[in-house]
Design a protein around this ligand. Structure first.
Ligand SMILES: *Cc1c(COP(=O)(O)O)cnc(C)c1O
Length: 432
């Protein structure tokens, strides 16, 4: 049940995260409350940075996909631990810069950047802009010209790989809103076009094949397709890429039954395959960028809720209604994502109940999970939903005008707020 390695049961029988009794945190900061094990976040960052340094060509580096959990404190941690930052909007870019990030360490992504986004990114001289296609490249050329700047760009391409069947496929997986497909030749044609453009320097290529990848297999296939593409581009145009961005998607164990993925092992395998292919094609090894998001923060986080009431529907489920829900964790409502949970007050007891954890919003689909194995919940209990560090706070909303919870970070056994709790006044602050 406690598959997160930073969770234990203390002498009082309470759940502890990184050694800190979560009931104390709930009392101090109130619920709902996001709690983040900052020591683990930093360890994960170090692990990716070290693996990139050890197993990938010179200049290789992981960029934290800030969409997983974006706030100033996280951007600062990424900088301190030597990671670059991926951003996808002016809001994420502003947060990174406000946290003191070096623009040179930032890569701006997105399939629908606005003119304002691009102007902001170019003006701030971000290190890389990942252009989603030809039209956007031309827009960058125009804006860079207007702003008297040059933009260093990656072209986002779609290699045509299904990460969950480990197969290279030409249809379906390239028919997506992101990037330009390699199969069929469009990526090559856009590259030829890009090389003749003013005001932009093509640094290389970007791709991202999906999320929750547990095994090196899909990344190796991606490396094969991308290196073959690099060789083809060089043959046609004479251009040699200096950067190959392979995206993110390193898996996280969300439930006890999930295997613990070996990220460093996957990165080692990617590095070996890349060097083999580069030797085969006699191609100078490009710097490899990786973009882990959930792999950095998911397992470092838990969310604490207070049970407001418990009811059993005759012939139906047992419902524990929580003081949060889809407003702070939309993952189950959005894509059926499963999280484990624990009654923090009796964490030492075996789970003896299968419950539906219900949120507080006026939506039958507002659930945190169904058939969740947990200790029999009672009104007033603190329920911890596990592995919520990624895509919870960053996807939170004010539906039903519920203020978003704060984030408390734990470092060296001490808690501090890195995001304060919203108030009802905050929620109404933009109303005119
Ligand atoms: C979402 C995304 C990531 C991060 O994905 P994780 O599964 O959180 O690692 C990285 N790069 C791009 C381009 C993405 O869209």
């Amino acid at each position: 049940m406690l598959h997160q390695q930073n969770l234990t049961v203390n002498a009082a029988g309470h759940l502890a995260l990184a050694g800190v009794d979560v009931l104390d945190l709930a009392r101090e900061y109130g619920t709902p409350l996001y709690v983040l094990d900052e020591d683990m976040v930093r360890e994960r960052m170090e692990l990716y940075v070290a693996a990139a340094r050890e197993h990938l060509p010179a200049g290789s580096r992981p960029y934290y996909a800030s969409k997983a959990l974006c706030c100033k404190a996280l951007c600062r941690m990424a900088g301190e631990e030597g990671m670059g930052l991926d951003v996808v909007s002016s809001g994420e870019l502003y947060t990174a810069l406000a946290a003191g990030a070096d623009p040179a360490d930032i890569c701006f992504h997105g399939n629908a950047k606005t003119e304002a986004d691009l102007r902001y990114a170019i003006t701030e001289r971000v290190g890389l802009i990942a252009a989603d296609g030809e039209e956007e490249l031309l827009r960058i050329v125009r804006l860079a010209g207007e702003l008297g700047a040059r933009a260093r760009v990656l072209l986002r391409v779609t290699p045509g790989i299904d990460p969950h069947t480990f197969a290279a496929v030409n249809t379906g997986v390239v028919d997506v809103k992101f990037g330009v497909p390699i199969p069929g030749g469009q990526a090559l044609a856009v590259t030829e076009r890009a090389l003749g453009l003013e005001n932009v320097d093509l640094a290389g290529f970007h791709c991202h094949i999906g999320s929750q990848i547990f095994d090196a297999g899909p990344f190796l296939l991606e490396t094969d397709v991308m290196t073959a593409f690099l060789a083809q581009v060089r043959e046609r145009t004479g251009y040699t890429a200096s950067v190959l961005d392979l995206g993110g998607g390193f898996a996280v164990a969300y439930e006890e039954t999930d295997a613990a993925p070996d990220c460093a092992g996957m990165i080692r395998a990617i590095g070996q395959r890349l060097l083999e292919r580069c030797r085969e094609y006699d191609y100078p090894a490009p710097a490899v960028l990786l973009e882990p998001g959930r792999g950095i923060v998911a397992a470092a986080g838990v969310t604490l809720y207070t049970v407001q009431n418990v009811k059993r529907v005759p012939g139906g489920a047992c419902y524990a209604a929580l003081d949060g829900g889809m407003g702070d964790n939309p993952r189950y409502a959005l894509y059926g994502a499963r999280h484990s949970a624990v009654v923090a007050d009796r964490a030492g007891e075996a789970p003896d109940c299968s419950v539906t954890l219900a949120g507080r919003c006026c939506e039958s689909g507002d659930l945190i999970g169904e058939n969740v194995a947990i200790q029999t919940p009672r009104t007033g209990d603190t329920v911890a939903v596990l592995t919520t560090g990624a895509y919870n706070y960053s996807m939170a909303s004010n539906y039903n005008r519920v203020p978003r919870p704060p984030i408390a970070a734990l470092r060296g056994g001490k808690a501090r707020l890195i995001v304060r709790r919203e108030t009802v006044e905050d929620v109404a602050a933009y109303d005119l």
